[in-house]
Design a protein around this ligand. Structure first.
Ligand code: SF4
Length: 263
């Protein structure tokens, strides 16, 4: 095994800055083969990821974490994407139902520390079911979403999953995203047209005013102290000091030291 740190990805990340999402999807498929999956929360950028996988015929499975308290519109969007785009969508769930969790631990999402525990149990821990199965996970983070995502790299290490996170849409701004959705009539979560700029659990997500930041509707009841759930490693404060362990041969391929596939 070889250590792959965030720092070792710096020059590759720089060279990926002018690549299109489609080129990055193809690089990911060629580099990781069947050890590659995508993650989608069934928000609009996740729908674009699903559409590109289908349009480019990449046959990449899509992982969805159902916390048990998702909006029905989100579940319906997942089912439509699977059926109409011919995708394999893997749904992961937490060990406890929200009812069981509440009976055992109380209503966690009503204070900041409880929210972290709740998000960890209901969003991060379910991902353990696929830990070790994939060397890379495609996400849908975009810098245009602002906050901690304002500088998210295309490639980021994810120590929790021991996998590389790939964000092919990182450089896609709002207007190109909306143009892509309109041009291809992409299936999107209907809550976006009802005032929700981002969409998570029904307990912790509200619509936002046009004058508010995009993430103002997430954990609104907790104030500005809760902004992220912890499922994306680049949302964490210490992300740049992290590293993962992958087979030497694969690290060579990622870093372009084996040149059987380059873009
Ligand atoms: S978003 Fe709210 S309900 Fe969902 S896992 Fe996090 S704290 Fe729990």
């Amino acid at each position: 095994m070889a250590r792959l740190s965030q720092a070792r990805l710096a020059s590759l990340n720089k060279s990926f800055e002018d690549r299109t999402p489609e080129e990055l999807f193809r690089w990911a498929r060629e580099t990781f083969g069947d050890r590659l999956a995508a993650i989608s929360a069934m928000q609009q950028s996740g729908s674009v990821v699903c559409h590109m996988i289908s349009r480019l015929k990449l046959d990449i499975p899509v992982v969805f974490v159902d916390t048990g308290v998702m909006f029905q519109e989100t579940l319906d969007t997942r089912d439509r994407l699977a059926k109409e785009y011919g995708l394999k969508i893997i749904t992961l769930q937490p060990k406890l139902t929200m009812q069981e969790q509440t009976e055992q631990m109380g209503v966690l999402y009503l204070d900041v520390e409880g929210q972290k525990r709740c998000c960890h149990m209901r969003k991060v821990e379910p991902m353990a079911a696929i830990r070790g199965k994939y060397d890379a996970l495609i996400g849908s983070l975009r810098r245009s979403d602002g906050g901690k995502r304002g500088e998210c790299p295309v490639l980021a290490v994810d120590p929790e999953m021991n996998a590389l996170r790939i964000n092919p849409l990182a450089m896609m701004e709002d207007e190109p995203l909306h143009n892509y959705i309109a041009e291809h009539k992409v299936i999107v979560n209907p809550l976006h047209s009802q005032g929700f700029s981002t969409i998570g659990c029904n307990r912790c997500t509200t619509p936002v005013l046009p004058t508010e930041p995009k993430r103002a509707g997430r954990w609104r009841h907790l104030g500005p102290w809760s902004m992220y759930c912890g499922i994306n490693p680049t949302d964490l404060d210490d992300a740049t000091s992290q590293a993962i362990d992958l087979p030497q041969d694969l690290v060579d391929r990622i870093l372009g030291q084996k040149t059987d596939f380059m873009i």
